[in-house]
Structures are given as structure tokens and as C-alpha cells.
Write a protein that binds this ligand. Structure first.
Ligand SMILES: [Zn+2]
Length: 383
């Protein structure tokens, strides 16, 4: 089993970054450069134009200003590589949605830039499975992959505004995103468009990241995604590769689950990989003092743009591990397989998961479970 952790390779220090600060200038505090490029998208503009509007989620321009097309939420190459075009995923409203038509609007320029910045290098890495992704990290670190996960997390949630919460019209036509506090996605938005703004990204702007090798298992679905909205976490499994991120924790959560990681003594099966995603997300729900993020610049045109993380000098502080909180996440992570958990009725499985007393990773003695396949997996968005 191999696990690669961290945002900055080998850097485990906590640091507070001090930097020059100049107030951005525009009616909504957004900052444009001399060529009209939106360098800093204020929270107000982000919510108004992108979360609740129809503007491009990268450059912020409207369809009246620039040609638009559709951006796949899960990239086209991934759908091709794992023959997902004809398959469906389960949305938070339990509706089945075709992967191939799971898209959001994006301008043509930004769509092309996303391809060259992320999809081309990431797809080339994934073509060689775990070894390819590991080689990419060896070559350049984890930042590109981390930002790619931030991008997918953002797209998943922006799409939720366009999908109905209830399939039954009698229950109203509110969107899935009805309960989202869009302001809380602002940091993820800044991360996902940093390739466009060319902002310098300070230490711990990147959150927890893990690459984990899985047992190759052709009998199971080759692809799996779990996002936990309140934890700002994303898990993506494709073939023998599992990627994990917590997007706004200053790398605290991957260290919080080190005791769990230390007990894993072999490659993971798909359901074990999903359970690890739930553990990582649950850690974020226990984090008492997440970093505060800000964007700084040295003049009113956004020169020397920099994103920084302000961390508590005391280090990350966690609430005492709460079984119902962990169980809440695990129950949702496995709710699609409750009828197929070996040795338990559906009711038993629900009760045990909610109390965090059912594990695919470890037996009753806390030893890592090897050689067991779990039920099939599928895309899950927990919000
Ligand atoms: Zn754009």
C-alpha cells in the first residue's frame, strides 16, 4: 500500500504568511487588470454572477461578452477512459443523471485553458494508472491535482443550482443548492481559477491531499466520486488510483487521520477507499479552527496577486471524535449499498453505520481487513 500525502512535498511546518496589503478597487471589491481580466472575484460578484447567475465560472464574463459552450463536470477523457458516457450517476435528489450530459456553462476561452492546464496533463498521468499519477507528483508536486479536485468540487456544486431538490413537484421546485451558503465556496473558487489569475499560492492555501493505490479490481465499477459539502472534501477513484482532498483545512485533516492511515497495511478495495474518504471528511467536521484565507496585491491593478492562509499559531484544534458525526458521514457514503452489506440487514447496517460501528477497513480488533470485496460503488454527493 502506498499513500502520498500533503500539499507541499515534505513541508509540514505551520507558518503565517505576512504580506503587503492594498484594498482592491471596484464597486463590489473585485479587481480587474488593465486588460479587463478579473484577477480577484469578490464574494459578492462570485455569488451574484456565478453561483446565482450565468457568467463563466472562471473569467466571470457573460454570454453577451464572449462565446460560451459546455464544460463537463467530470472531464470527457475520464468518461471515455472508464466508458462512463452511457452510464448514469445518482444525484443528491436520487435522480439518475447521465455522465455525458452532466455539464455547466463555461466560456470557450476558459474551457480551452482548463483543458491545457488540467485535463491534458492529468489525463496523460491517469493513462498509466497509479504509476502515472505518482510520476506526475514526483515531477511537479501535488498542486495541479489538488486544484483539479477543487475544480471538480466547485463544478459539482454549481451544477446543483440547476437541479431540482425534489423529483416530486408537489414538494416544490427548490434547487439542490437551496441550503448552500455560497460564500463558503469562495476559497474553492479562488483555488479553481488560480491558473487564470496567476496568483501566487502561499503555504497551506492548499489543503489535505492524498494519493492512495487500490487493488486493481475489474469486477467493481472502475469509477467513484464522493463529495461532502460541509467538509469541502472530495474523493475520486478511477481504476487503481484514489485521490482525496479537503480543500480548506490547511492540511490539518490528513494529519488528524494519521492513526487510521497507520493501521492500513495493504492496498485498499473500493469500499475501503470510500470509508477512508468518510474518515477524512469527518475529520474536517471536527476541526475547530480552520485557516482564514485572503487575497492580497500590491497595487490597484492587482499586481503581485497572492492567496494566503492565516493559521492559528496554536496549530489545528479538533473536537473530541464524535461517533455520531463520523457515522453521519459514513451512513451517507454507503447509503446506496445498505441492502448489500454482508451479514447485516438494511436496518442493522443503518444503525451500525450511524454509530460508526461498521467498518470495511478494520475488523473488531482494529486489524486491517484484506481480501474482501464490498458492494458496488457510485457517485455520491453529500450536502
Ligand atoms: Zn471564461
Amino acid at each position: 500500500m502506498e499513500i502520498v500525502c500533503g500539499g507541499n512535498k515534505g513541508d509540514r511546518r505551520y507558518a503565517i504568511v505576512h504580506y503587503i496589503s492594498v484594498m482592491p478597487i471596484s464597486t463590489d471589491n473585485s479587481v480587474f487588470d488593465k486588460n479587463g481580466r478579473l484577477l480577484f472575484c469578490s464574494v459578492e460578484r462570485f455569488v451574484r454572477d456565478i453561483c446565482e447567475g450565468e457568467h463563466c465560472f472562471i473569467c466571470g464574463r457573460s454570454e453577451q461578452e464572449t462565446p460560451f459552450n459546455r464544460e463537463h463536470i467530470l472531464p470527457n477523457w475520464l468518461l471515455r477512459q472508464f466508458t462512463l458516457h452511457a452510464k448514469t450517476m445518482t444525484l443528491p435528489n436520487r435522480e439518475r443523471h447521465g455522465y455525458g450530459t452532466y455539464t455547466i456553462p463555461c466560456c470557450v476561452d476558459c474551457n480551452s485553458r482548463l483543458s491545457s492546464t488540467f485535463e491534458t496533463p492529468v489525463s496523460e498521468a491517469f493513462a498509466s494508472g497509479f504509476a502515472g499519477v505518482e510520476a506526475l507528483i514526483d515531477l511537479e508536486g501535488t498542486h495541479r491535482l489538488f486544484q483539479w479536485l477543487a475544480l471538480i468540487f466547485l463544478k459539482l456544486h454549481l451544477k446543483d443550482r440547476r437541479l431540482k431538490k425534489h423529483l416530486d413537484r408537489r414538494l416544490g421546485d427548490a434547487p439542490i443548492s437551496e441550503t448552500y451558503e455560497w460564500e463558503t465556496f469562495h476559497h474553492v473558487h479562488c483555488l479553481a481559477r488560480a491558473h487564470y489569475t496567476e496568483a501566487l499560492l502561499g503555504d497551506f492555501v492548499f489543503g489535505s491531499f492524498m494519493l492512495v493505490q487500490l487493488v486493481p479490481d475489474s469486477e467493481d465499477e472502475p469509477f467513484d466520486v464522493v463529495s461532502v459539502t460541509d467538509a469541502s472534501s472530495l474523493f475520486l477513484r478511477a481504476g487503481d488510483v484514489a485521490l482525496y482532498a479537503v480543500l480548506n483545512d490547511g492540511q490539518a485533516c490528513v494529519r488528524a487521520i494519521e492513526p487510521t492511515l497507520g493501521r492500513i497495511t495493504g492496498p485498499l478495495h473500493p469500499m475501503q477507499a470510500r470509508e477512508l474518504a468518510a474518515e477524512l471528511a469527518a475529520a474536517k467536521l471536527h476541526l475547530k479552527n480552520p485557516p482564514r484565507f485572503s487575497t492580497l496585491m500590491s497595487d490597484e491593478d492587482g499586481a503581485d496577486l497572492q492567496m494566503i492562509a492565516d493559521l492559528d499559531p496554536a496549530g489545528p484544534l479538533f473536537l473530541e471524535k464524535d461517533a455520531p458525526t463520523v457515522g453521519f458521514v459514513k451512513h451517507f457514503a454507503f447509503r446506496h449499498v445498505l441492502d448489500r452489506i454482508e451479514g447485516h440487514t438494511r436496518e442493522e447496517a443503518v444503525a451500525l453505520l450511524k454509530q460508526n460501528r461498521l467498518s470495511f477497513l478494520f475488523d473488531d480488533n482494529g486489524n486491517f481487513i484484506t481480501g474482501r470485496r464490498g458492494p458496488e460503488s457510485e457517485v455520491t454527493s453529500i450536502s
